[in-house]
Design a protein. Structure first.
Length: 534
C-alpha cells in the first residue's frame, strides 16, 4: 500500500474517532459529615469529594456528571457550590441529585429560613413548622429513606429533614440559626458558565437557591426547591436559551425571577421554556410572584400549576429602555388562589403585563400572546394589561385569546398605558412624557374568545365587575367572540376628563357602560355575548 493510501486510511480513522461520542465521566460529592472518603479523588461514591472546595472542576469535561449524594447542611463549605466550568451544546455539564447510593439534597447551613417560624426543639431534637407541601421521604444522616412511623425519634441521626402531612420537621446537628443573618447565598451559583444542567436535586434554605448570571443553555429539571428568602431561581444579566421543567418550587419570596440589571436595564433573557412546573406558596416580599420576567423575547411559559402566589402568578414587567418583550407566549397554565394573606404581596393578579408604572417605548413590547390559561380565585385582577402597540409595525403588544377567568375581582383590567392620574405641582409627572403620550394614543391589543364569569363585587357603585376598559382611544384594539357569564360581567369605564386619579377613587365620576352599549358605541366586541351565570 502506498503512502497516499495509508494517509487516506488514517484520515478516515481520525474522522471516525472525532465523530465517536466521548465517554462521559461520573463524579461524586458527599456530605462533609463522615468525610473524607477513601482517596477523595471524586471518581466513585467510596472516594467522593467531601467539601465543596475539594471539587476539582478542571478535571471535568463537557458531558460529565457530578452526583450530589446525601444531605449537605454543614455550612458554606458543605452547602454552596460555584460551578467551575462550562459544558457544551449537546454535552452539558450535569449536576445531579440522582445519586445511585444516596439521593442528594443541599440545605443552606445549620439553620432554616425564617427560623422564628419554627417551633422547638422537642425532646428528640426536632424543630417543626406548618407547611403546605407533601413528601413521602425522610432525609436522615445524609441519606434519603422512606418515611415510616417512629422515624422521627431520638435515635434518628442528624441531620434529618422530613415532611409529614402539613408539618415539616428538621433535626440539625447544631443550633438552629436564621439563614438571613448567616448570609449564605446562593446554594448553586452559575456565572458565565454555559450549558449547565441541574437535575433531580433538592435545594432548601438560602437567600437564593440557584443564581444564573450571563450563562447560556442552563436547565433545571425534576428539582425540588424550597425555603428561599428571595428567589428560588434568579436569572441575571443576559442568560438565553434556558429551560425550567418538571420542578417543584415553593416557600419563597419569588419563584422564578428573570431580572435585567444591565446598563440602562438592557439585559435580556430570550428563548427560555418554563413548563410543567408546580410553583406555590410564594410570599414574603411586597412584589411576590410565582414567575416574573423583566425583559426577554420568544419565551414560552406553559402548562405550569401556579397557586398561593401572594402578589401575582405571572408578571411581565414594562421593559427598561433598550430591553424588549417580543414574541412571548403564556399558554395552558393553571392559576388559582392568588390571595392577600398578609404575607407581603401587594397586588393580587393572575397574569400581569407591564405593571402599573410608566410605559416605555411602545415598540419594545410587540407580538406577545396570552392564551388558553385557566385563572380562578384571584383577589384582584384575573388579567391586568397596561399595554401599548408598536408605532412602527402596528402589531399587537399582547393578544389575549381563549382564556377562562372566574372567581376574580375583575376578569380583565386594561389601562391604556398612562399613569394613574395627571401630574400636579405636588406630584410631578413620573413618566417620560413623549413615551407616555405615544402609548396613550396607541393602546393596541387583542381580546378574543375568552370566558369571564363569577366576578366579585369590587366598587360600591357597581357590583361584579368583569371586564373594565379604561381608555381614551380604541385604535388598534380588537375585541370579539368573548363570553361573559352573569349580570355585570362586562363593564366599560369610559375615560374622560373628569375621570382622573386612581381607578378606585374615580369610579363614581366616570361613565359606566354595559356590553350592549359598548358594542353600539364602539363597534367592538362583535360576536361576544352575555349569558346567565352557570
Amino acid at each position: 500500500m502506498n503512502r497516499r493510501g495509508v494517509r487516506r486510511i488514517l484520515a478516515v480513522f481520525a474522522a471516525l474517532l472525532a465523530a465517536a461520542p466521548v465517554h462521559a465521566a461520573d463524579w461524586y460529592w458527599r456530605p462533609a459529615a463522615g468525610g473524607p472518603y477513601g482517596t477523595g479523588d471524586g471518581r466513585s461514591w467510596a472516594n467522593a469529594w467531601h467539601l465543596a472546595a475539594k471539587i476539582d472542576w478542571q478535571r471535568m469535561a463537557p458531558g460529565d456528571r457530578l452526583f450530589v449524594c446525601g444531605l449537605h447542611d454543614g455550612g458554606p463549605a458543605d452547602s454552596a457550590i460555584e460551578i467551575g466550568r462550562s459544558g457544551a451544546a449537546g454535552r452539558p455539564l450535569r449536576i445531579s441529585g440522582d445519586c445511585p447510593r444516596d439521593p442528594g439534597a443541599i440545605l443552606g447551613g445549620a439553620g432554616l429560613w425564617r427560623a422564628e417560624d419554627w417551633r422547638g426543639p422537642d425532646a428528640n431534637g426536632y424543630y417543626a413548622r406548618e407547611h403546605r407541601g407533601r413528601s413521602g421521604h425522610l432525609l436522615a444522616a445524609g441519606r434519603m429513606v422512606p418515611r415510616r412511623d417512629g422515624a422521627m425519634s431520638a435515635a434518628t441521626p442528624c441531620p434529618a429533614f422530613a415532611q409529614v402531612g402539613d408539618v415539616a420537621y428538621y433535626k440539625p446537628c447544631g443550633p438552629l440559626g436564621d439563614v438571613r443573618a448567616d448570609g449564605r447565598s446562593p446554594l448553586i451559583k452559575i456565572e458565565r458558565r454555559d450549558h449547565v444542567y441541574v437535575e433531580k436535586l433538592r435545594l432548601a434554605n438560602a437567600i437564593r437557591l440557584i443564581e444564573v448570571t450571563d450563562s447560556r443553555g442552563f436547565r433545571l429539571e425534576g428539582a425540588d426547591l424550597q425555603y428561599a428568602a428571595s428567589a428560588a431561581v434568579l436569572a441575571v444579566g443576559t442568560s438565553p436559551a434556558g429551560r425550567i421543567a418538571g420542578s417543584h418550587i415553593r416557600d419563597a419570596g419569588y419563584g422564578v425571577y428573570f431580572v435585567n440589571p444591565g446598563p440602562g436595564g438592557s439585559g435580556s433573557h430570550d428563548d427560555w421554556i418554563v413548563e410543567d412546573n408546580h410553583i406555590h406558596d410564594i410570599y414574603g416580599t411586597d412584589d411576590a410572584h410565582c414567575i416574573g420576567w423583566q425583559a426577554g423575547s420568544r419565551n414560552v411559559i406553559r402548562r405550569n400549576d401556579l397557586h398561593d402566589c401572594d402578589g401575582s402568578a405571572i408578571t411581565f414587567y414594562d421593559p427598561g429602555r433598550g430591553a424588549q418583550l417580543h414574541g412571548n407566549v403564556v399558554e395552558g397554565n393553571t392559576i388559582r388562589d392568588v390571595r392577600s394573606r398578609g404575607r407581603g404581596g401587594v397586588n393580587q393578579r393572575g397574569i400581569e403585563v407591564n405593571g402599573h408604572n410608566c410605559p416605555r417605548n411602545p415598540a419594545n413590547s410587540v407580538g406577545n400572546v396570552i392564551r388558553n390559561n385557566t385563572i380562578t380565585g384571584v383577589d384582584g385582577d384575573g388579567i391586568y394589561l397596561k399595554t401599548t402597540r408598536s408605532l412602527e409595525t402596528g402589531a399587537y403588544s399582547w393578544a389575549v385569546e381563549g382564556n377562562t377567568v372566574r372567581e376574580v375581582r375583575n376578569g380583565l383590567l386594561w389601562l391604556d398605558g398612562i399613569w394613574y392620574g395627571e401630574p400636579t405641582d405636588a406630584r410631578p409627572d413620573p413618566c417620560d412624557r413623549a413615551n407616555r403620550d405615544a402609548a396613550r394614543s396607541t393602546p393596541g391589543f387583542l381580546f378574543a374568545g375568552n370566558t369571564v364569569g363569577k366576578v366579585r363585587e369590587h366598587f360600591a357603585a357597581v357590583k361584579a365587575l368583569g371586564v373594565i376598559y379604561q381608555s381614551e382611544d380604541f385604535s388598534g384594539v380588537v375585541m370579539r367572540d368573548n363570553v361573559y357569564e352573569g349580570r355585570g360581567s362586562f363593564v366599560w369605564q369610559e375615560r374622560r376628563a373628569r375621570c382622573r386619579g386612581k381607578l378606585e377613587a374615580s369610579i363614581n365620576r366616570c361613565v359606566m357602560r354595559d356590553l350592549a352599549d359598548f358594542q353600539t358605541s364602539t363597534g367592538r366586541e362583535q360576536g361576544s355575548r352575555q349569558i346567565a351565570a352557570p
